[in-house]
Design a protein around this ligand. Structure first.
Ligand code: TYD
Length: 241
């Protein structure tokens, strides 16, 4: 016997707006030099080849105001509280101007760093108060529910290897100039975030060749999105809140 349809709610079905299938919010994380940014274009292409509209962006940054704040955070001396307030101020503008509108339109958002970086760098690296970061997170990503990525790809590499990679390519900014002890604390900060949200974090072993890292990335994307299909099928994504 088939189950009878559920009765309509108080307002009735006619008044319920059609639900726009939303794209996923994917973030890339890892210590400086782990190699995450170099995989962003290929991840974008992987999604686009499957029909997704992708907004690729970064933090701090992603809007004119947030990019201005990025310059300050990366290059001006400041204390840890100022730094934390500025990255969250930049995030507020980015969430409001870019991320939420893109997701509402069904686009996929691919973001190079997000709030896990604040917990890892300001929390783990600088030793900043975690409950205060949680308060800022709630204010800035206000919901309910508080906006969180659906999937976080964490490129994990030892601090010494990441430092050697960085040294080969660029002059350091305020964060990149920190020593290996700082970056091991940041790495531990990411490990704590991953342990707290295992359903959305995928740890990638980034201490290997670029091709080997990409194979892990592609496997993670396939495992998470390959079977369900991308938004053309209206797929809603798993319980990664
Ligand atoms: P990064 O992605 O490393 O930029 P690039 O590879 O172009 O140099 O990000 C810039 C720095 O910002 C990085 O060192 C980490 C830092 N950061 C924070 O400290 N807190 C945050 O919340 C974010 C988003 C970034």
């Amino acid at each position: 016997m088939s189950t009878p349809p559920a009765p309509p709610g108080p307002a009735g079905p006619a008044s319920t707006p059609p639900e726009v299938p939303r794209g996923a919010f994917i973030t890339l994380e890892g210590i400086d030099g782990a190699g995450k940014s170099s995989h962003l274009p290929a991840i974008q292409a992987w999604l686009q080849e499957r029909g997704a509209t992708v907004v690729a962006t970064r933090e701090p940054g992603g809007t004119p105001l947030a990019e201005t704040l990025r310059e300050l955070v990366l290059h001006q001396p400041m204390d840890a509280l100022t730094e934390a307030l500025l990255v969250f101020a930049a995030r507020r503008d980015h969430v409001q101007q870019v991320i939420v509108p893109a997701l509402a339109q069904g686009a996929w958002v691919l973001c190079d760093r997000f709030t896990d970086a604040s917990f890892a760098y300001q929390g783990g690296g600088r030793g900043f108060d975690l409950p205060l970061l949680q308060t800022l997170e709630t204010w800035v990503q206000q919901g309910p529910p508080v906006l969180q990525p659906d999937l976080t790809l964490w490129f994990d590499a030892p601090a010494a290897l990441a430092a050697a990679r960085r040294a080969a390519v660029r002059a350091p900014d305020r964060f990149e100039a920190q020593d290996a002890v700082f970056f091991e604390r940041v790495r531990a900060g990411y490990a704590a975030r991953a342990a707290a949200a295992p359903q959305r974090f995928v740890r990638l072993e980034a201490a290997c060749s670029r091709d080997e890292v990409w194979a892990q990335v592609a496997a993670a994307l396939q495992a998470r999105f390959g079977a369900a299909g991308l938004p053309a099928t209206g797929a809603r994504l798993g319980p990664a809140r």
